[in-house]
Write a protein of this length. Sequence first.
Length: 196
Amino acid sequence: MKRESPIEKKRSSVRLSKNELLKDVPPVAVLSLNRVSSYSIENEADVARFTNGIELNDSWMDQTDHETVLLHPLLSDGLILAVKNYCDSLPNVYFESYGTEDEMEKHLEVILYRSVCELISNAIKHAFATNIFVQVIAENGFISVTVYDNGKGFDPETVTIGSGLGNIATATIANKGKMEIHSSSNGTEISVEIEL
């Protein structure tokens, strides 16, 4: 029997939370959320097209990387608690999780943790988001992280992607995962999902 991905449950919950973040947005602006640019990254060809030839740093997958070693103590109680603590340390960043985290390889925890940090940083620096929502789902042998922001959005088909998103995509694909991007002028939702 094929294992079911938590993607649909995740989407429903994120969209409910998205509505909460947008409760003060005029209804006319919310309508434009239907005009969403989407991009799914599931293999190396998708990564190459997505990054448009930029040079990527493969240290995200190098377990001897100094930063990776420094992250191990932060992750000693698991990915979910590490992400929650990080979100709690930032203003206007909201966190929720579903499911129970199965034991996973340390390098996967590092990749997912670094992905969340990078996505939050991008939302603040590039999208000028005022609210950011982070969700971690661990169930049915999958782990997924989703970061939604109410920033200005971008079109992944036309915008030059920086090395941060490129590194996330590369590390995700190298670990047989997938990355999805949904963006409009009212916000961006990026999900990374890996089967354990």
